[in-house]
Design a protein around this ligand. Structure first.
Ligand SMILES: CC(=O)[C@@H](O)[C@H](O)COP(=O)(O)O
Ligand SMILES: NCC(=O)COP(=O)(O)O
Length: 246
């Protein structure tokens, strides 16, 4: 085995739960600490333009408290670029964003957005970010464009693989990802992958040779809600009994 495959934990949906009630809890900063203690190699957050989950305050505090590194996912907008240049996360992943989408639907169009992406990469590196990656589909033209843009890394979108309705379709998507990884490596890119990966579909992706890191969020947070539920109910029940009027 060459290098161990790294795990970036996306904590967006801790913030989703907090924002649903406008409370101060659960706090993504605390979640990041627990994820790091459990072995996460990095923490991923997607600061969306509509601020539906992660807030600028979270990014700021995480930057001060993470002991691994931050991977900030963001759209290529002036607001986000200015913010990222101020915060200087170690890693930035440039992603496409549609206001009305439930989650990220496709990869960035690096061919179409070539000039803006060259400028964004240059600006972010100049501000002190260590590495910029592009969130793209496993498509040869997109991978070639990423290499020509000059980013150090790409993250291949595994959404189509995760959402495949039949095993044939899933196998096709897996092969597309395998070829994509191979091609990107031949161009000298670092290759990450993620989106929609869970406890039953991650195995084949983890088996692709040459991958550097997987970013996984929703499935981990969803599992944590259930695995932590027993303790949470028992603690509340104990509180009621302890404080009940006698
Ligand atoms: C870019 C990507 O694949 C995802 O990490 C994205 O951040 C998901 O966004 P949501 O967390 O809003 O679903
Ligand atoms: N870039 C993918 C990511 O960060 C996590 O995506 P998901 O596991 O929440 O679908």
């Amino acid at each position: 085995m060459a290098f161990p495959l790294l795990l970036g934990v996306n904590i967006d949906h801790i913030a989703t739960l907090r924002q649903a009630r406008g409370t101060l809890y659960p706090d993504p900063v605390q979640a990041a600490f627990i994820a790091e203690q459990a072995g996460a190699d990095g923490i991923t957050v997607h600061l969306r333009e509509d601020k539906r989950h992660i807030q600028p305050r979270d990014v700021l505090l995480l930057k001060q408290t993470l002991t691994t590194r931050m991977n900030l996912e963001m759209a290529v907008t002036e607001e986000m670029l200015t913010f990222a240049c101020q915060i200087q996360p170690e890693h930035i992943c440039l992603v496409p964003e549609k206001r009305e989408e439930l989650t990220t639907e496709g990869g960035l169009d690096a061919v179409q957005g070539f000039k803006a992406l060259v400028e964004a990469n240059h600006r972010l590196l100049g501000a002190g970010c260590e590495e910029v990656s592009l969130f793209i589909d496993a498509d040869k033209a997109q991978i070639q464009a990423a290499a020509d843009i000059g980013v150090a890394a790409i993250e291949l979108h595994t959404g189509a693989y995760a959402d495949a309705q039949t095993s044939d379709q899933q196998m096709q998507e897996l092969e597309r990802l395998q070829l994509g990884v191979k091609y990107a490596l031949s161009l000298g890119l670092k290759v990450n992958a993620g989106h929609g990966l869970h406890y039953h579909n991650v195995q084949a992706i983890a088996g692709i040779a040459g991958l550097h890191e997987l970013n996984i969020g929703h499935a981990i947070i969803a599992r944590a809600v259930l695995t932590g539920l027993h303790e949470a109910v028992a603690t509340m029940k104990a509180l009621l009994i302890q404080h009940q009027a006698r």
